[in-house]
Design a protein around this ligand. Sequence first.
Ligand code: F6P
Length: 540
Amino acid sequence: MTLNLSHAWQALDDHAKTLSGQTLRSLFDADANRFPRLSLRVGDLMFDYSKQWLTDETLARLLDLAQAADVSGWRERMFIGAAINESEGRAVLHTALRRRDPHPIFVNGVNIIPEMLETRACMREFCESVRSGKWRGYGGEPIRTVVNLGIGGSDLGPRMLTEALGAIGHPTLTVKYVANLDGADIAPTLEALDPRTTLFIIASKTFTTIETLTNATTAREWLVAHVDPDGSKPNERQMALAKQFVAVTAAPETAIKFGIHPQMIFGFADWVGGRFSLWSAVGLPLALAIGMDGFERLLAGAADMDEHFRTAPPHANLPILMALIGIWNSSIRGAGAYALVPYSQSLRLLPDYLQQLEMESNGKSIGRDGQPLARPAAPVLWGNAGTNAQHAWFQLLHQGGRLLPVDFIAVAESDYPLRGHHEKLLANCFAQSEALAFGNPDAEPAYRRCPGNQPSSTFVLPRLDPYHLGMLIAAFEHKTLVQGVIWGINSFDQWGVELGKKLALRLLPAIEGSGTLPEGCDTSTAGLIEHCRALRERRL
Ligand code: F6P
């Protein structure tokens, strides 16, 4: 019998009270098989959730919650292209971008597969041309540096993976990323570049994002200043822009207006959300770094995770378990934050990437029904690479007295097998989850005591390769969907970021000095603007 949703939540609240006497130590002592029972393997990706503070009963109730929220129905609607992003009237089909199955998927009556395959073929051709040195800049030299100008979903995924997969990156082609509006991002980047051998990718779904367009304008001016400093060589200038400026966008007309050559545009559709766009042409800088075969291995790993998510029973379904454990910790036990700690320097940007994925998707408090949510949804996600994190903020996890769950990510084999490094790294990773779980509650004096019971899960990847990273990222994407469904959220819009963008545009004239403060500007904002203006005028 299917429970209704509020009963399922209530059952979990009641159940949590019955567990209050248990510790992670007592749960492990009572069950020698806890690890094999509460861990899961999907291919070679392992997920150990035995150090979560939960029992079989907890899982059963969480699975009831998933059923009551109709997770399987929403999952299917996503895969077949229903317009589940209701506020924007769009399908959510990033999974189509990595599908092996060539069967058509229709959006607004059009089969989306042929165009997607065509874009991928163009990406391959372009990557091969640039990577082999055939593609030349305006002066006839091969491209040596690619600079991706994009932000948020048009930056974080390819940037994170270019770094993560550095060991298989092209030996002489460097791929860099510039995102911030702050000139301190692009200025030093440009300073180190040779205009004859640099290719810019302007990545923006909307092609209206102020950061990206400002950086793209600066990059264009920089290139033009080198190619045609006195404006006497319009043909060279055109040629340089056509050869060395590429756009990746769902708004090709706007890119053309900006000055991108129509044949230098790699498109994707509006049914690809920005933070889910890594698998589309947004992955171009990554494909340039690791080659198109590597990029397609990433897609294959994600496709296999899609298949697992779609077909595995809920109790053995990785994204569903990840989502339910997160909900248990945040919505039932009240953890307002959780840490994600990859024990891998190469994955140090993974927390940044997942921050956008989870917090932009589910950082909401109004449900799909327009009503305030009964419980807070997405917790704050933060983190950085271990072991660095251990020597910065792990103290708070061990003795800070707050419930702060952790997701650890370990990689069994290193790309950099220096003697003595990787074994110590793994030892530290596993020791931290052990210390967090069991502590040393009897230590004397009291200030030495770590109470334990800090829950954690650990993912183990066999190695850092495109396939397993594709699996891992897709698992987090589906986790995000499942959590959004259970919390009753549309995970695929981001209206919350719009207000600040609008207000920035209103304040700009006053800061530039070309206009006055907007009407009704509060005294704090006005005071800050006046103060900066005075400082800047004094300097001038
Ligand atoms: O401001 C948020 C956001 O819209 C993200 O969702 C998106 O990934 C990012 O900005 C960049 O947007 P675009 O790709 O359109 O430049």
